[in-house]
Design a protein around this ligand. Structure first.
Ligand code: NAI
Ligand code: 15L
Length: 265
C-alpha cells in the first residue's frame, strides 16, 4: 500500500462509486465518508457518516489519516448560500482539520468550471487566468486558493484536480472533450500518493480525448498520463441535431454552467 490510512469525503457520490474498489489497492485502511448512504463496508473499509459543515466532526474524521481525497460537497450549480456553506466553509473546515491533525497530502476535487468562461478554442494551462462560470465555479476557485495557502504557509500539499466530466460515459457532445475515465482518475491518485514531492500542482482531470482544451504540461513531473479516451464512444451523439455555434453552452468551455442564470431569484 502507498499509505496507511486514506480518507475520501463524498465517497457515496458518482465518482466515489466508480473508484471505491480501486482505492483499496492504495491504502491499508480506507476511511469512506459522506452524509449519504455508503452501503456495507468492504474489506479494509471504514464507513463514517460526517457532514463537512461540522468542523468538530470533520476534525475527528481526519484524525489518523495520512492523505485525504476531498470530493464531498455540492457538485453542480446551486443557490449561492448553499454553495457558500457547504463548498466554501466545508473546504475551510477540511483544511483546518488537516493542518491541525497533521494530514500532509490532499486531493482537492476542483472543477473545469473554475475556468468555464474561456471559449472552447482557447487551450488552457495551469497558469491561465481563472474565469469561473457559476457560484459553483467560484467555490472551487476558493478551494484552489485555500489549497495554495495551506501549501505556502503550512506545508500541506494538494493535488488540485480540475475535473472535466468523470462519468462512466459522456452524456453529451461537450463531454467528448471533457470526459475522464475512472481508470485515469485512479492512476492520477496513484501518482499523487506515490510522488516523493507533490507541492500544489493544478491538473485538468481529463482523459486522452481527441478534442482537447487543456494542457497539463506544467504538471509533467507527476508522470501522469491518461490512458483512456472518449474515442471509444465515437458517433454516440450523431443522431442529435448539429450544435448551434452561437449557443452560450457551445461557445464556453463550461457549457450549461456558463449558460445558466441565477439560482437565487
Ligand atoms: P456527487 O454529487 O455525486 O457526490 C458528492 C457527494 O458529496 C455526495 O455523495 C453528497 O452526499 C456529498 N455531500 C454533499 N454535501 C455534503 C456535506 N455537507 N457533507 C458531506 N458530504 C456531502 O458528485 P461527483 O460527481 O461524485 O463529484 C465529486 C466531487 O468532484 C465534487 O466535489 C464535484 O464538485 C467534483 N467534480 C466532479 C465532476 C464530475 O465529472 N463528476 C467534475 C468536476 C468536479
Ligand atoms: C462538474 O463540475 C460537475 O460536478 C459535473 O456534474 C459535470 O457537470 C462536470 O462538471 C462537467 O463539466 O461536465
Amino acid at each position: 500500500a502507498l499509505v496507511n490510512r486514506l480518507l475520501m469525503t463524498g465517497a457515496a457520490g458518482g465518482i466515489g462509486k466508480q473508484i471505491r474498489e480501486g482505492l483499496r489497492d492504495f491504502a491499508t485502511h480506507l476511511r469512506l465518508s459522506d452524509i449519504a448512504d455508503l452501503g456495507v463496508a468492504g474489506p479494509g473499509e471504514e464507513l463514517v457518516d460526517c457532514d463537512i459543515t461540522d468542523a468538530e466532526a470533520l476534525r475527528a474524521l481526519v484524525k489518523g489519516c495520512d492523505a485525504i481525497l476531498h470530493f464531498g460537497g455540492i457538485s453542480t450549480e446551486d443557490r449561492a448560500d448553499l454553495i457558500h456553506r457547504i463548498n466554501i466553509e466545508g473546504s475551510y473546515h477540511l483544511y483546518e482539520a488537516a493542518r491541525k491533525e497533521g494530514a500532509r497530502r490532499i486531493l482537492f476535487a476542483s472543477s473545469n468550471h473554475v475556468t468555464g468562461f474561456h471559449p472552447r478554442e482557447t487551450r488552457l494551462t495551469a497558469s491561465s487566468p481563472i474565469r469561473p462560470d457559476s457560484n459553483y465555479g467560484v467555490s472551487k476557485a476558493y478551494g484552489e486558493a485555500l489549497a495554495r495557502l495551506y501549501w505556502d504557509k503550512y506545508g500541506v500539499e494538494t493535488l488540485i484536480v480540475r475535473i472535466g466530466s468523470c462519468f462512466p460515459e459522456p452524456k453529451d457532445r461537450r463531454m467528448m472533450a471533457t470526459w475522464m475515465s475512472a481508470g485515469d482518475m485512479l492512476r492520477l491518485i496513484e501518482r499523487m500518493l506515490a510522488a516523493p514531492r507533490l507541492g500544489c500542482p493544478i491538473v485538468y482531470g481529463v482523459s486522452d480525448n481527441d478534442e482537447s482544451w487543456w494542457d497539463n504540461s506544467e504538471a509533467a513531473y507527476l508522470g501522469w498520463r491518461p490512458k483512456d479516451s472518449s474515442r471509444q464512444f465515437a458517433g454516440m451523439f450523431d443522431h442529435l441535431p448539429p450544435e448551434n455555434p452561437t449557443d452560450p453552452a457551445v461557445v464556453w468551455q463550461g457549457g450549461g454552467f456558463a449558460k445558466a442564470g441565477h439560482f437565487d431569484d
